[in-house]
Design a protein. Structure first.
Length: 516
C-alpha cells in the first residue's frame, strides 16, 4: 500500500476555520491526502459532511457533489448522499464491502441505527478478525425504515471516518425470495444469507411410519432412492479434526425424514445459488450463507450433514451455515440449556463444515452468549461467523439511560405497552413482572436495567415500535430525541460498543493482536 504523505490535523483544522462551516466537530482519523487534495469528515449543525480541500481547479475537478467556498484555497462541503457514497467507494476502495468469510474469523455486528460503525471498528481493530458491519434483514429494515443501499452507505462512511482499511462485509440477512436477493445485490452487499425456514417441511419428523413411507414414495422414485442409499445408508461417516472426532450414521427412516424435510429447501438453495451467479457473474465476490436457525426444532448434525451433502452434489458451495443449536439462543441474553449437549453438537457441526467444503458455522442471535462462547472458540478450527445486531441497539439504550433518564423512562414505559404485540415476532421468555417500576428507580439506577435479562429482552424486541412511535399529531414520539442524544454523545456510544464487542471477542477466545 502506498502511503501518501501525512498531513497535519492542526493545520487542516485551522484552515477549515476560515470557511463559514459552523464546525461542531472534526474527525481527525478520516483526514487523508489523496491525489493532492485533502478529504475528511466534519460535523456541522446539519450532521456529518465530507469536506474536500485544495487548489481551486483540483477541487472543482473532483467528482464529489457539494457546495464550494473559496479563500486562499477552495473547500467543498458535501452531503453523505448515495451518489457521493459511490464516489467515495471509487476513490477509496476500502470503503466498499468485500467477501471475508473464507479467510477470516468474522463478526457480523449489524447496525440498526446507522451510527454504530466507528464503535464496532474500534473493537475489531484490536483482533485478527474482520467485521460484517452492514447486516440487516428485510424485517429489520421495515422496522427501522431503512433499506439495503442506506445500510451500506452508513457503514461506508463509518469506515472512512475511522480510516479502517482492512476490509469489511455487508450482509443481506435472512433473505427469503429472489426479489429480496436482487435488492440486496443491487445495493452492493458482499454476502447473502439465504433463509430456508419457509421451504422446510418440519412435519416430516412428526409423521407416523405409515405416513412417512407414503409421502416418501410419492416424492422419490426408485432410481433416486438408489442414489440416496448409496450416499447415506451404506456407510458410517467418520469425521476427525484437531478439535475432536465423531461418527454419524443414517438409518432408512431417518434418511426418509431428512429427504422430506429438506427436499424443497435443497431445490431452492440451488436455484438461489444460480440466481446469485447470474446476477453477479463472478460468485467469489459474494459470501453465501444458509440459515436454518429460525426453525421450530434444533438442527441435528444428521440434518446438517444430509443437507450439505445434497447441496454440494448440486454444485453449491457454502461459505457459512447457521444451524439452530440445541438449547435456546434467545435474543440479547445468555444461552439457556445444557452446556454438554451444546458442546457435543457444536463439535459435530464444526467437523461437518470442515469436511464438506470448509465453510464456517454461523452463530445467529449470537450476542451475549457468554456461557458458550469459549466452547465455540475452542471447537471452531478455522474460525466462525458470529452475528449480533440488536445488541448495538441495546447499547444505545444504555446510553439513553445514562444520559437522558426522563427519555429512557418514557421509552421503557412505551416498550411495556407494546411488548405483547412485539413478542409475536420473537421467541422470548421475558417475565415483565420481574422488571422494577422505572418511576421508583433513581436516575443512576436505570442503567442497571440494561444488565437484567427481562428488561434487556423488553427493549430488544420493541425497537421498531420505539423508533416508529408517533404523537397523536403524527410527529415522532422518541426518534428525534433519541438520535439527538446519540449524535451529541457519539463518542460515549462508540466507547460502549467498543467495550461490548471486545468482551464478546475475548470470551470467544480470540487473542488480541495483528493477524498472523
Ligand atoms: Zn438468524
Amino acid at each position: 500500500m502506498t502511503q501518501e504523505p501525512t498531513i497535519s490535523h492542526g493545520k487542516i483544522s485551522e484552515s477549515l476555520k476560515r470557511f463559514p462551516l459552523q464546525l461542531l466537530k472534526f474527525y481527525p482519523k478520516s483526514f487523508v491526502l489523496k491525489n493532492g487534495l485533502i478529504y475528511g469528515l466534519i460535523r456541522n449543525p446539519e450532521g456529518k459532511k465530507l469536506v474536500v480541500l485544495g487548489e481551486k481547479a483540483a477541487v472543482l475537478a473532483d467528482p464529489f457533489k457539494g457546495i464550494t467556498f473559496h479563500d486562499a484555497s477552495t473547500l467543498k462541503v458535501c452531503d453523505l448522499t448515495l451518489e457521493n457514497t459511490q464516489c467515495l467507494m471509487d476513490l477509496f476502495p476500502f470503503t466498499k464491502p468485500i467477501p471475508l468469510l473464507r479467510k477470516w474469523t468474522t463478526i457480523g455486528t449489524g447496525d440498526r441505527l446507522g451510527l454504530a460503525t466507528p464503535g464496532h471498528l474500534r473493537a475489531v481493530n484490536k483482533f485478527p478478525v474482520r467485521p460484517v458491519l452492514a447486516q440487516q434483514s428485510v424485517r429489520e429494515n421495515i422496522q427501522t425504515g431503512r433499506n439495503f443501499p442506506g445500510m451500506i452507505q452508513d457503514a461506508a462512511w463509518g469506515v472512512f471516518l475511522e480510516n479502517y482499511q482492512k476490509g469489511y462485509g455487508a450482509d443481506g440477512d435472512h433473505l427469503k425470495t429472489f426479489q429480496e436477493i436482487k435488492a440486496a445485490l443491487d445495493a452492493g452487499v458482499s454476502m447473502v444469507t439465504l433463509d430456508l425456514s419457509e421451504k422446510l417441511n418440519p412435519k416430516a419428523f412428526e409423521f407416523s411410519k405409515e405416513t412417512l413411507d407414503l409421502q416418501f414414495r410419492e416424492a422419490v422414485d426408485a432410481e433416486e432412492m438408489k442414489v440416496l442409499s448409496h450416499l447415506f445408508l451404506e456407510k458410517e461417516f467418520h469425521l476427525k479434526g484437531p478439535q475432536g472426532e465423531c461418527r454419524i450414521q443414517f438409518d432408512e427412516e431417518e434418511l426418509k425424514r431428512n429427504v422430506l424435510l429438506y427436499q424443497k429447501a435443497i431445490d431452492f438453495t440451488e436455484e438461489a445459488y444460480e440466481f446469485i451467479d447470474s446476477q453477479t457473474g463472478h460468485r467469489p465476490t459474494i459470501d453465501f450463507e444458509i440459515s436454518i436457525d429460525e426453525t421450530p426444532f434444533p438442527t441435528t448434525p444428521e440434518n446438517h450433514l444430509f443437507f450439505v451433502i445434497q447441496v454440494t452434489q448440486r454444485g453449491v458451495q457454502l461459505d457459512s451455515l447457521a444451524p439452530r443449536f440445541v438449547g435456546e439462543f434467545q435474543k440479547a441474553i445468555d444461552y439457556i440449556g445444557d452446556l454438554q449437549a451444546f458442546r457435543e453438537q457444536y463439535l459435530k457441526h464444526s467437523l461437518i463444515a470442515q469436511h464438506y467444503g470448509n465453510y464456517k458455522i454461523s452463530i445467529h442471535s449470537g450476542s451475549d452468549k457468554f456461557s458458550v462462547f469459549p466452547e465455540i472458540g475452542r471447537l471452531s478450527k478455522d474460525g466462525f461467523h458470529l452475528k449480533t445486531a440488536g445488541t448495538s441497539w441495546l447499547e444505545a439504550m444504555r446510553l439513553i439511560a445514562e444520559i437522558a433518564p426522563p427519555l429512557y423512562r418514557q421509552m421503557h414505559e412505551y416498550a411495556l405497552s407494546v411488548f405483547k404485540d412485539a413478542a409475536k415476532l420473537y421467541h422470548v421468555t421475558t417475565d415483565l413482572e420481574k422488571i422494577p417500576d422505572v418511576h421508583r428507580l433513581k436516575d443512576q439506577e436505570l442503567v442497571a436495567l440494561l444488565d437484567e435479562v427481562d428488561s434487556r429482552q423488553l427493549l430488544h424486541i420493541t425497537y421498531g415500535y420505539l423508533l416508529n412511535a408517533k404523537t397523536p399529531e403524527g410527529a415522532d414520539l422518541f426518534k428525534n430525541r433519541f438520535f439527538h442524544v446519540l449524535t451529541q454523545f457519539e463518542e460515549e456510544y462508540w466507547s460502549l460498543l467498543e467495550r461490548h464487542i471486545e468482551k464478546h471477542l475475548i470470551s470467544l477466545g480470540v487473542e488480541k493482536g495483528e493477524e498472523p
